[in-house]
Design a protein around this ligand. Structure first.
Ligand code: ADP
Length: 654
């Protein structure tokens, strides 16, 4: 039987991609390359190390690099350029295929206000809010009061302020129920400033802050001929600072009728903007099964692998096929059937950040790295996948995206997938910089996570834990001994006092003297647990020992032997006024110095403002006192733990 095509359907023009330029770096560039290699597509990477080659922020140079390399397509990856409609247009204008949606679709969805208005027109529920063009303080305040409920006696709901052009949680502000109008207006001004800096667009939207919803999103694929299908949902409710940490599919909260409704809403929106390629519609979902459209991300998302594990699809291959002009190639029923067979998948994001210090970003050199062995779904134990952009020797500095890698685990059931992920996290090792690995191991064992009960505010409620044994902040004796053993060979700094050789170490502000012989016990309360196997340890070129403590890389340095004279002076009460050293809680650039030597400061008074990875952090005085020394200047780059200001006791002399 001959097949006929409807007269109106556009003709199929398929032209395979031969050379692909990947305009991104890190794990996503490695991820895209893997598929391209498998498909026999030649790959050129722009800005692989983020500095030496092409400057990614300069889209035109990326296009020039693509033309020079003879690339016939550009994949923008996940960040930087992927949601830049002007860049997409410039790529196509240069006769290169754009692996992504049409520029017009990026434009329609790139602005949260326009996207909300479109969703509302299509009958898709949105969070009560304000998305108008009038951006005057008066209108925004009046809208906030309407959104929040009766203004008399305080607001009933919290109000979220978001940059309309926003992403990555930047510029978002939450205003509390009982905050006065001045607080709202201040938050508005702050959000405008941050939006202007981060997105070059200070327009804002307002939304009612929903109480404890889940974040559920639908993965879509559309071909160039208007045919689309969804690949089910992902639940990304586990977040810190409104950014995702753990993602899974299917959502423990979504059953079939709801999934169909979510999928329909997402497909309707995408079709309305003439979508093509992979995309995601994000929703907030409450316990009553009501959902609200949040935004559409017109690109491949960081968490796409869980969908790949469960559907058996390769979303990058789908993007490349679609960019080459191939039709979608499967129906919604086929996608649903694949999902039903696919079990469950969970992803954990490994970040260079310190959960014990408010999730602030960390920097360092990767001295040692170990991953779990990858497995396919067919192998016993279930699928294990590692998407990583790091390797031993890499220096992670403040210019890097703090997301280093992702671990993805599958299983026939949710419990199996979680157990598989927990085992994979246990087998992972990173030494040389602090990561959230220990935190992730803790997280996947939490009752709320095991029960599938997490909402967007769950993580904040359970972290930091109140029980000390839940997450140890202080290093164990085994770690001190491992560091002492590792450092003893590198130095002649050890000394002997009528007994075994001793060595004095410093770690994260603590000093200890360690006896080097196997069975001896060090001083300062280091208990002996001789049956423990020594933790993984490595010494870097600067003589710092990094010891693995349940997934946290803890640095140890040699310290001089205790100064008997100083100790005696202090005991006799003759010492100088105890000085407090205020150190940088994160690496970053000095954005402002608020005090000068000689000034008296109150406890909590701002001393220095640091900036790293587009985040500002104000370092404040831990106690009242007088500024003895300021050790940094405007514009300086400081390391985590570096001394910023020395405070002395007392007040300034008049
Ligand atoms: P961005 O694009 O900057 O990532 P989103 O609009 O996608 O910002 O929101 C990020 C996260 O912030 C959501 O996943 C959710 O946890 C929280 N959030 C956003 N809007 C609301 C809201 N109206 N009510 C409650 N939480 C919200």
């Amino acid at each position: 039987m001959a097949r006929t095509r409807a007269a109106a359907a556009p003709a199929l023009t398929i032209e395979p991609i031969r050379t692909l330029l990947i305009a991104n770096r890190g794990e996503i560039a490695a991820r895209i390359r893997r598929t391209a290699d498998r498909l026999g597509i030649r790959v050129v990477v722009a800005g692989q190390d983020g500095r030496q080659s092409v400057d990614l922020l300069d889209g035109l140079r990326v296009i020039e690099a693509a033309l020079a390399a003879g690339a016939d397509a550009i994949h923008p990856g996940c960040g930087f350029l992927s949601e830049n409609a002007d860049f997409a247009e410039a790529v196509e204008g240069a006769g290169i295929r754009w692996v992504g949606p049409p520029a017009s679709a990026i434009r329609s969805m790139g602005n949260k206000a326009a996207a909300r208005r479109l969703a509302a027109r299509l009958g898709i529920p949105i969070v009560p809010g304000y998305d108008g063009d009038d951006q005057s303080d008066a209108i925004l305040l009046a809208s906030a009061q309407t959104i929040a409920g009766p203004a008399l006696g305080g607001l009933r709901h919290r109000v979220m302020i978001k940059p309309a052009a926003g992403g990555g949680g930047k510029g978002m502000r939450l205003v509390e129920e009982l905050d006065p109008p001045e607080t709202f207006l201040e938050a508005l001004a702050g959000a405008r400033r941050e939006a202007a800096v981060a997105f070059g667009d200070e327009r804002l939207i307002l939304e009612r802050y929903l109480s404890s919803p889940r974040h559920v999103e639908i993965q879509l694929l559309f071909d160039a001929y208007g045919t689309g299908a969804h690949l089910g949902e992902r639940d990304c409710s586990l977040q810190r600072r409104h950014q995702k940490v753990l993602e899974e599919t299917p959502s423990p909260a979504v059953a079939e009728p709801l999934r169909t409704r979510l999928g329909q809403a997402a497909l309707t929106l995408a079709a309305a903007v003439g979508y093509r390629s992979a995309g995601t519609c994000e929703f907030l979902l409450n316990d009553g099964g009501e959902f609200y459209f949040l935004e559409m991300n017109t690109r491949l998302q960081v968490e796409h692998p869980v969908t790949e594990l469960v559907t058996g699809r390769d979303l990058v291959a789908d993007q490349l096929r679609i960019a080459a002009g191939e039709p979608l190639g499967f129906t919604q029923d086929e996608a649903d059937a694949a999902r039903h067979e696919g079990g469950h998948a969970v992803e954990a994001r490994l970040y260079a950040e310190d959960p014990d210090a408010g999730f602030l970003p960390c920097t360092g050199r990767i001295e040692a790295l170990r991953w779990p062995a990858p497995r396919t779904a067919a192998e016993p134990g279930g699928a294990i996948r590692v998407d990583s952009g790091i390797e031993t020797g890499l220096v992670v500095d403040t210019r890097f995206d703090p997301m280093l890698a992702k671990l993805i685990a599958g299983g026939a059931t949710r419990a199996e997938a979680l157990a598989n992920l927990a085992a994979a996290l246990d087998q992972t090792l990173v030494l040389g910089l602090v990561t959230n690995l220990r935190f992730l191991r803790w997280l996947v064992a939490q009752p709320a996570v095991l029960a599938g009960a997490a909402r967007i505010d769950t993580l904040e409620a359970i972290w930091p834990p109140t029980h000390a044994d839940d997450a140890r902040a202080v290093s164990t004796s085994a770690a001190w001994r491992a560091a002492a053993r590792a450092l003893a060979g590198t130095t002649d700094a050890g000394w002997r006092l009528n007994g075994p050789a001793r060595i004095r170490l410093e770690s994260e502000g603590l000093e200890q003297t360690i006896a080097l012989s196997e069975d001896a016990v060090g001083d300062a309360g280091i208990g002996d647990r001789s049956n423990e196997s020594p933790p993984a340890t490595i010494v870097d070129q600067a003589g710092v020992a990094f010891v693995d403590e349940d997934g946290r890389s803890v640095p140890f340095r040699l310290a001089p032997p205790p100064d008997v004279d100083r100790a005696a002076r202090a005991a006799a009460g003759h010492g100088p006024g105890a000085a407090a050293e205020v150190c940088a809680p994160m690496p970053g650039a000095v954005l402002a110095v608020h005090i000068a030597p000689g000034a008296s400061v109150e406890s909590g008074q701002p001393l220095v403002t640091l900036e790293a990875m587009k985040m500002e952090h104000v370092v404040t005085a831990p106690t009242a006192g007088i500024v003895i020394e300021v050790l940094v200047q405007l514009g300086w780059q400081v390391a985590r733990g570096e001394r910023l200001v020395v405070l002395g006791e007392g007040t300034a002399s008049p």
